[in-house]
Design a protein. Sequence first.
Length: 182
Amino acid sequence: MEYFKEIDLPSWPLVQKFCRSKWDGAFTTATVFSGVDLAYIGKLVEHDILTVLGIEVKIKTAIMFINNANFVQDLHVDGFDPERINASNTALNLPILNCEHGPMYWYDGDFVLTKSPFKTIKYLKINWQGEPTLAATKIINKPTFVKIDIPHHIENRSDSPRLMLSIRFTKDILLENITPIS
């Protein structure tokens, strides 16, 4: 199983600059882009996805996660509903700031999903039926599609805040369908 796949994204520097301009330096957990901000990110990224991968998509959500120094995220699966109806299975993660010391981990094992008490971020609680097994680890320091429909989490092993933009699309892009156009 593939857990991640890096891609070339020509607009990445512009997206980084834009996202950095929207962060005031405060630790806020996440910034959810909407309206003209979401449209701007969408215009850049949708064009690149079509040009680089030949896949036409529409941006659904863009969330900039802001992890404090030395932060360890809870293990989770993305989604509001334990059945994960209409939930994305992948996200395009774009490093914005201090991501070179923040590994992402994916886990295998038997589990049941239940609703999380958190309402602002779409995380499902994992109820393990046995011990989880580490399946993959990756430092996301380049534009990378990542699986979000299985247990995963990040750690910020830096003394500085870590900013990562996570984008979901309408037409979910599956990792096996990512083949750059020559």
